[in-house]
Design a protein around this ligand. Structure first.
Ligand SMILES: *Cc1c(COP(=O)(O)O)cnc(C)c1O
Length: 398
């Protein structure tokens, strides 16, 4: 082994030793209630395809048609010659769906966060993040070179403490760089709980800060028109930046920002992950458009209702919820195990029972907070959830 390979080997052994090793599994089936993982058919509680749209005929047809008409690839970045009708159409329908002036789409939610946060804040500005924010929000804050501060998860007092500090430094910050951007998820990806958004909005207004909310796990699932938690709480008008992904409940791929015309104009000019990346493939944009049409239809409401039915089934049947008697807040049920190797073992035991639930470990969650992350879908039946509950009781018994 040469130096390079030897060093990689050393690092990989260390990851293995800590119970943090990962490998790619091939899933031979399409996404759905059942998936075929390495030759085994497993009941799937691992996907963020909450409404079962990833393999929906209308969504697939839209993608296929877009390929037939517009080709497989986009050929260049949006600002060169890659801005095709499926992109324009998706942005129109997204803005209408969210009730915002405008929308801009990116190749992924990750790219959305990177481009948007680093376009809005820079050296001298302050970014305040919830401690449990998704990796893309943290990476984006670092990339921006703004001062980054973290508040304890959903802790308004801690947030206010930092806002007070940020306001007090105003005079010493470089001219034009005295802005504070708060970033949070509406539904947290690994804990499945909700941010106290109404109170955060009050605080950001009181301190003159800006707010960006990531609706990755809420779009399509909350609010009278299924726009997300921001809609459910009637806060749309008071939040500067709403982002999300089309890879989860929308069953497609890509990320979006919704906001004012000026916000979108600024991002078109300054979001580097938008400027310097090939436009999303036409199929992805067309699939997301079709998914948004379904979400906004009666079928969308039925899918959402089935999902919430399964969520309440799960709340009563899943043993790992332990003493947590609160109402479930999303389709994400974390079953805390703690120790990394034990979480991996519990996941393997579920697999022996024909059920797929991933063990989520550091760095997706803090060290020592490894867990099984159960996600539900509108395609699950009540029996599926009952089966999950029994298997979990067995798999997590020590
Ligand atoms: C998944 C996720 C993203 C990233 O979206 P992709 O489209 O998968 O890149 C962003 N934010 C949160 C909270 C997420 O869970």
């Amino acid at each position: 082994m040469n130096d390079f390979e030897g060093e990689l080997d050393r690092r990989l052994s260390e990851i293995e030793r800590q119970g943090l090793s990962r490998r790619i599994r091939e899933v031979a089936s399409a996404q759905g209630r059942w998936i075929r993982v390495e030759g085994e058919d497993l009941l799937n509680f691992s996907s963020n395809d909450y409404l079962g749209l990833a393999n929906h005929p209308q969504v697939k047809n839209a993608a296929a048609e877009a390929v037939a008409v517009h080709g497989a690839g986009s050929g260049s970045a949006r600002l060169i010659s890659g801005s095709l009708p499926p992109h324009q159409r998706l942005e129109q329908i997204l803005a209408a769906f969210k009730g915002s002036q405008a929308a801009l789409t990116f190749t992924s939610g990750y790219a959305t966060a990177l481009g948007t946060i680093s376009a809005l804040a820079g050296p001298g500005d302050v970014i305040i993040l919830d401690r449990l924010s998704h990796a893309c929000l943290i990476d984006a804050a670092r990339l921006s070179r703004a001062k980054v501060r973290v508040f304890r998860h959903n802790d308004l007092n801690d947030l206010e403490r930092i806002l007070r500090w940020a306001a007090s430094r105003g005079a010493t910050a470089p001219a034009g760089r005295q802005h504070t951007l708060i970033v949070t998820e509406s539904v947290f990806s690994m804990d499945g709980d909700q941010a106290p958004l109404a109170a955060i909005v009050d605080l950001k207004e009181q301190y003159g800060a800006w707010l960006m909310v990531d609706e990755a796990h809420a779009t399509g699932l909350f609010g009278p028109s299924r726009r997300g938690l921001v809609e459910a709480l009637q806060l749309s008008e008071r939040i500067e930046v709403q982002m999300g992904t089309m890879g989860k409940a929308l069953g497609a791929s890509g990320g979006y920002v919704c906001g004012s015309h000026r916000l979108v104009d600024l991002l078109v000019n300054c979001a580097r992950s938008f400027l310097f990346s090939t436009a999303p493939v036409p199929a992805a944009a067309a699939a997301a458009t079709a998914a948004l049409q379904i979400v906004q239809s009666e079928v969308g409401e039925e899918l959402r209702a089935s999902l919430w039915q399964r969520i309440s089934d799960c709340a009563t049947r899943v043993p790992g919820r332990g003493l947590d008697t609160s109402e479930p807040q999303s389709a994400i049920f974390p079953i805390l195990i703690g120790d990394e190797p034990r979480a991996v073992t519990a996941s393997a035991r579920l697999r022996q029972r024909g059920i797929f639930v991933p063990a989520v470990r550091y760095p997706a969650v803090p060290r020592g907070k490894a867990r099984l992350r159960v996600t539900l879908s509108a395609t699950h039946t009540a029996e599926d959830v009952a089966r999950l509950g029994e298997a979990l009781a067995w798999a997590t018994a020590s």
